[in-house]
Design a protein around this ligand. Structure first.
Ligand SMILES: C[S@@+](CC[C@H](N)C(=O)[O-])C[C@H]1O[C@@H](n2cnc3c(N)ncnc32)[C@H](O)[C@@H]1O
Length: 269
């Protein structure tokens, strides 16, 4: 178990799909020859949402290696039928320990979503070096970047957001996480290694109808704030109660900042 439940990944998938940056997806599509089949490695695939979102932008014939260390998420990915002309192989692997093995073999594109904010600077550096050494491109979507907007606002929002961002930097199994700094760090690293990078925002936008995911996110934030000792338990509970009341009244909206990027070998490299 990774701590990411099938229910949570299923709940967020339509918001992720809507948020994915179209310019970045276009850059991926433009980079690959539609007449050839494409071999894709999805790092930390979860239930396979990256393949479902990116597949329609790729050449028709696709071979995906879906990699995750959570067997229950891989089982859900296996249960989802693949489109015609798409072959899917599910690979249980710890990408912290065995990143190089995950990337070995024929690869035209490395993909990942909602992973980079969990990893450490040294792991991300290792990923960049391994990808550049193989001369393959990377599509990395939905890295949380620390921006949040809650409407209407509440006096405790800023403290909660700061606590969430501090919690994002705690160890998620890869060493101290980059959290909100991950995408900017990765983009700078790939550019320093001679890659061209197309990037843009992919923010979650949620309105009054999105009560289920808003409730889930805010409960997670309250829990993170509690773990970080940011506010007293009473203040955190009062904040969450006020926010739930707004959600129940249909008067709440939320945006959560993310970044997508596509890093590709430069023609002049
Ligand atoms: C936020 S989820 C994202 C899942 C999927 N990419 C998506 O966008 O829905 C993070 C994923 O990283 C996986 N993960 C975390 N640590 C891992 C590790 N050391 N090796 C392989 N997968 C890992 C989790 O199991 C989980 O599926």
């Amino acid at each position: 178990m990774s701590g990411f439940s099938t229910d949570w990944l299923t709940l967020r998938e339509p918001y992720d799909l809507r948020a994915r940056n179209a310019m970045v997806l276009d850059a991926v599509a433009a980079h690959l020859d539609p007449n050839f089949s494409v071999q894709v490695v999805d790092l930390a695939c979860g239930t396979g949402s990256t393949a479902r979102a990116l597949g329609p932008h790729l050449p028709v014939r696709q071979n995906w290696r879906l990699i995750d260390n959570d067997l229950s998420l891989l089982a859900r990915a296996r249960a989802t039928p693949a489109p015609k002309d798409t072959v899917t192989n599910l690979i249980p692997l710890d990408i912290n320990r065995d990143l190089e093995a995950a990337l070995d073999g024929a690869v035209d594109l490395v993909a990942t979503s909602a992973l980079l904010d969990l990893v450490s600077e040294s792991w991300l550096d290792r990923l960049a070096v391994e990808i550049v050494a193989r001369g393959v491109p990377l599509y990395a979507a939905l890295s949380y970047d620390g921006r949040t907007k809650l409407t209407p606002s509440d006096p405790f929002d800023a403290e909660i957001a700061a606590a969430v961002n501090n919690h994002q930097r705690t160890d998620k199994g890869f060493g101290p996480a980059l959290g909100p700094a991950a995408a900017a760090f990765a983009i700078a690293r790939f550019e320093a290694l001679g890659y061209s990078v197309v990037h843009g925002t992919s923010d979650w936008m949620m309105g009054p109808d999105d009560f289920e995911i808003q409730t889930e996110i805010l409960a997670g934030w309250a829990s993170a704030a509690h773990d970080m000792g940011a506010l007293s338990q009473a203040d955190t509970t009062a904040w969450l109660t006020r926010r739930r009341d707004c959600i129940a009244a249909g008067s709440f909206s939320l945006s959560v900042g993310h970044v997508d990027f596509f890093a590709m070998p430069s023609a002049t490299r």
